[in-house]
Design a protein around this ligand. Sequence first.
Ligand SMILES: NC(=O)c1ccc[n+]([C@@H]2O[C@H](COP(=O)([O-])OP(=O)(O)OC[C@H]3O[C@@H](n4cnc5c(N)ncnc54)[C@H](O)[C@@H]3O)[C@@H](O)[C@H]2O)c1
Length: 254
Amino acid sequence: MGENTEISEFINLSGKRALVTGGLKGIGKSITSRLSECGAKVLVADSDPTVKQEETDEKVDFIQCDITDSSQLIEAVSKAAGNDGLDFLVNNAGIFPTTGPLEQATDEFVTRMLEVNVRAQFSASREASKQMNRNGAIVNISSIAALRGGANITAYSTSKAAIIGLTQSFAQELGPKGIRVNAIAPGIIDTPGVQEQLEPLKAGGLDISAAIAANPLRMSGNPDYIARATLFLVSGLAEFITGHLLVVDGGSTA
Ligand SMILES: NC(=O)c1ccc[n+]([C@@H]2O[C@H](COP(=O)([O-])OP(=O)(O)OC[C@H]3O[C@@H](n4cnc5c(N)ncnc54)[C@H](O)[C@@H]3O)[C@@H](O)[C@H]2O)c1
């Protein structure tokens, strides 16, 4: 692929239908635009009602959906599948409020974290798999926090580690139906969600603005790096890859 080659000339997803959860902002927004650029018809399911439709790509459809609400989730999956069936699901929606010191992490806080980041991803994959075509692909967004814990992020790191098990088991269960299931572990990526956490994390001793570029490549974590990895995993280039966790972190965990 030459330097000026468009990715869409290399990966052609025309005729494919995709559902991206949490696709209005940050990593999900980049994933949505890359899938769309390569020809896929994308439905974004996001709970945020404040982002206006006109701020999003006009080729992309939107449904307001809190992934923890079963009926909203089922409606989103059906809308994304249409009459032709679904080809890709990107389980991107997630929350990462700082846990804070252990003694401040209430049961309600931990339950909510697991509800959004694990239980809802589980349900989304189950519902999507019912309407998914052969050669379909699911990509779950985990995190390097699944591989390395950290003080003050215990609940988040626990939720993202669970995604590895979920990915491996779904890969085994759905493989015979021609559906591949993989996960991505992003390093620290500069997104609206991370920006909101800068101050609380700094107070907890983690300077994320410095950490964003603290990797051997000395590159700042950009949402498009995760979008490109997603394109690879859903495309035919990865047809023999399933149950895999792809770390995309500029080498920070190397
Ligand atoms: N940014 C990072 O450094 C980083 C690193 C590793 C993993 N991740 C993971 O990547 C994913 C995206 O992160 P981001 O940084 O782009 O986040 P973000 O907060 O910038 O955007 C998340 C999007 O998800 C939506 N969302 C949240 N809860 C939802 C729900 N219940 N139902 C539907 N939509 C919901 C939000 O409205 C928002 O549009 C998350 O799963 C996150 O844990 C992020």
